[in-house]
Design a binder for this molecule. Structure first.
Ligand code: SF4
Length: 100
């Protein structure tokens, strides 16, 4: 590929990426967080970690846990302990660690 062709190609790719509206990226992220199935509290890992959908302590919540990986997810969001699943923002388990 000639240098001029490569430059044109890179500019076209860059323009394509730049033309993706920021709002669509944000809504995709939100859709992903909401599309993840909720962890079943009866799941063996959830039971082992004593996961509950409603924390008994209002200062220790999934939403302020370092393992809650989407800080903007309001109702439910992904947790590093449960890949491919979401947990309730107001939930808790014994792996809870306060996000600094
Ligand atoms: Fe909630 Fe944190 Fe336990 Fe995940 S590790 S379930 S975010 S308390």
């Amino acid at each position: 590929m000639k240098q001029c062709d490569r430059r044109r190609f890179l500019m076209a790719v860059g323009a394509g990426v730049a033309s993706v509206p920021l709002s669509s990226l944000v809504s995709s992220r939100t859709a992903l967080a909401q599309d993840l199935p909720l962890v079943d509290p009866a799941d063996p890992v959830a039971v082992a970690l004593e996961y509950v959908e409603e924390s008994p302590d209002e200062t220790e919540l999934c939403s302020n846990c370092i393992l809650y990986t989407d800080q903007e997810a309001e109702e439910q969001g992904p947790c590093a302990v449960f890949p491919g699943k979401s947990v309730k923002a107001g939930g808790w388990c014994k792996s809870w660690v306060l996000r600094p």
